[in-house]
Design a protein around this ligand. Structure first.
Ligand SMILES: Nc1nc2c(c(=O)[nH]1)N[C@H]1C(S)=C(S)[C@@H](COP(=O)(O)OP(=O)(O)OC[C@H]3O[C@@H](n4cnc5c(N)ncnc54)[C@H](O)[C@@H]3O)O[C@H]1N2
Ligand code: MOO
Length: 400
C-alpha cells in the first residue's frame, strides 16, 4: 500500500471534524476556552473622561502664564466633582477619577505648588494632558475579541473590562485513550521479563487535555483479539468524540487494532502516512467518534498527536491555526529519505538571535531525546540536508 502524503491525511482528518458548537460559560470559568462568538463592548471605556494622574484638573488656558488657580473641590475615583469648573479654578483630582465638567487638562501634583486654596504649576501646561478621553480604549459596539480567540489572561482582562459576565465558547470534545500491548505495564509497576512501561498515555493526556472537555485514560489492553474487542466496544459504546489508541498499528500478527476496529464498525479513512516517525497512523470514524490509531513507539505517538490530533482539535474548537515558524538552523541537518521527517529539535538563543538546533536521534522508541525537544523541524521529503543558518520550518511543541 502506498503511503499517504501528510497534507492529504491532514485534509481527510479535518474534513471529518464537526462544525463548532457553542456553549455559554461564566467569565470566571472561561480561561483556556476558545470564543465561539465575538466579545463586543457594551459601554465606552473609559466610560467618562478620566484622569491619568494624581494632581489638578483645570482649563489649560487659565494657567498658561503661570497664574495661580483656586482649588474649589475634589474628584476621586468613584466620587467625581459634581459642579462645573469655571475660569481661574482647579479641582484636586486623583488617578481614575472623572475629569470635572469645564476642565480640559490634568497636571500631576509633582508639577504643582499648593499654597492654601491656591495652586500654581511649575511646568509648561499642555492642553489635554493626562486626560483619558471617554471611549479612547474602546467604544460601544467595538468588537474586542473575535471568534476563534483563545481566552488567556490578557483576553479575559479585556472581556471583563467590556463587562462580559458570560462568554460564548466552543464546546470541547471528550477524548478516550487506550494503550495496547501485551508487554505493557503501568508506570510505577515492578517490571517483569520482557515487559515495557506504558508511557504514551502519560504524555497524550496532558497534550490533549487543554482542548478537551475530559480525557479518560482507559489504561492498557492486551494483544488478545477477544479482550481488545470487548475493551474497544465498551469505550465506543460511550460515544466519545475522539478515541486515541496507541500500539498495534503496524503489520505484525499481534497488531490487531485495525482489524478489531473494523469489526466494531469503524470506517477506516486511511492507514500509513508518508512521514517519519509515525508512518503507521490509522484514522477512521464510527458514528460521531473520530478514531486515531497511533503507532506504539512513543516518539511516533507524540509526533502524530502533535502533527494531526492537535490541529484537528484546534479546528474542532474553531481556534485560529498558528503559523509554523521559520528559523535558522543552529547546526546542519542530514539528508532526508522520501518520507517527511518531523525532527526533534531545540530552540536556542545565540548572539544572532533565536535558532533551531536539530537533535540527530531518529529512533522512534528513543524517549530521552524528547526531553530536550521543544520544536519539531519539518524536513521535506527527499530534502538534501541544509547547512547551519538555512531557514527551516518548525512547529513548537508547547502552546495551544
Ligand atoms: N515489518 C514492519 N514492521 C514495522 C513497520 C513496518 O512498516 N513493517 N513499521 C514500524 C514502525 S515505523 C512503527 S512506528 C512501529 C509501530 O508499531 P505498532 O503501532 O504496531 O506498535 P507496537 O508494535 O505495538 O509497539 C511498537 C513499540 O512501541 C512500544 N510501545 C507500544 N505501546 C507503548 C506505550 N503505550 N508506551 C510505551 N511504549 C509502547 C512497544 O513496546 C514497541 O517497542 O512498527 C514498526 N514495525
Ligand atoms: O513510522 Mo515509525 O514511527 O518511524 O518508527
Amino acid at each position: 500500500m502506498s503511503l499517504k502524503p501528510v497534507e492529504d491525511a491532514m485534509a481527510a482528518i479535518l474534513a471529518r471534524v464537526p462544525p463548532v458548537t457553542a456553549e455559554t460559560v461564566p467569565l470566571s470559568e472561561a480561561a483556556g476556552r476558545v470564543l465561539a462568538a465575538p466579545v463586543s463592548a457594551s459601554h465606552d471605556q473609559p466610560p467618562f473622561d478620566a484622569s491619568a494622574m494624581d494632581g489638578y484638573a483645570l482649563r489649560a488656558a487659565d494657567a498658561a502664564n503661570g497664574a495661580a488657580l483656586r482649588v474649589i473641590g475634589m474628584s476621586q475615583a468613584g466620587a467625581g466633582f459634581e459642579g462645573t469648573l469655571g475660569a481661574g479654578e482647579a479641582v484636586r483630582i486623583f488617578t481614575g477619577a472623572p475629569v470635572p465638567a469645564g476642565a480640559d487638562t490634568v497636571i500631576m501634583q509633582e508639577e504643582a505648588v499648593r499654597e492654601g486654596d491656591l495652586v500654581r504649576f511649575t511646568a509648561p501646561i499642555r492642553r489635554g494632558h493626562s486626560v483619558r478621553l471617554r471611549g479612547n480604549d474602546f467604544a460601544v459596539g467595538n468588537e474586542l475579541l473575535a471568534p476563534g480567540t483563545l481566552l488567556g489572561p490578557l483576553q479575559l482582562t479585556v472581556a471583563a473590562a467590556a463587562n462580559a459576565g458570560t462568554v460564548s465558547v466552543a464546546r470541547r470534545p471528550s477524548v478516550a485513550l487506550l494503550a495496547t500491548g501485551d508487554e505493557l505495564v503501568p508506570p510505577g509497576s515492578p517490571l517483569g521479563p520482557d515487559q515495557i512501561v506504558a508511557s504514551n498515555s502519560a504524555g497524550l493526556l496532558p497534550l490533549l487535555s487543554p482542548y478537551a472537555e475530559r480525557v479518560i485514560d482507559h489504561g492498557i489492553a492486551p494483544d488478545d483479539r477477544q479482550e481488545l474487542t470487548s475493551r474497544l466496544a465498551a469505550i465506543l459504546a460511550d460515544q466519545p468524540d475522539l478515541l486515541v489508541t496507541t500500539g498495534g498499528a503496524s503489520v505484525g500478527e499481534h497488531d490487531l487494532v485495525q482489524d478489531v476496529l473494523k469489526e466494531l464498525g469503524v470506517t477506516l479513512d486511511f492507514w500509513r502516512i508518508n512521514m517519519r516517525p509515525g508512518k503507521p497512523l490509522m484514522f477512521g470514524i464510527r458514528g460521531k467518534t473520530l478514531i486515531f490509531g497511533l503507532p506504539g513507539n512513543p516518539v511516533s505517538a507524540m509526533v502524530t498527536a502533535l502533527v494531526f490530533i492537535r490541529p484537528a482539535l484546534r479546528r474542532w474548537l474553531g481556534a485560529t491555526e498558528p503559523e509554523t515558524w521559520r528559523l535558522p538552523l543552529a547546526a546542519p541537518t542530514p539528508a532526508n529519505t522520501a518520507r517527511r521527517h518531523f525532527m526533534r529539535a531545540r530552540l536556542v538563543r545565540t548572539e544572532a538571535g533565536s535558532q533551531v538546533l536539530p537533535i540527530l536521534e531518529t529512533d522512534s522508541g528513543h524517549t530521552s531525546s524528547m526531553v530536550a525537544a521543544d520544536m519539531l523541524i519539518v524536513q521535506p521529503e527527499n530534502d538534501p540536508g541544509r547547512a547551519a543558518g538555512a531557514l527551516v520550518e518548525a512547529i513548537p511543541i508547547s502552546g495551544f
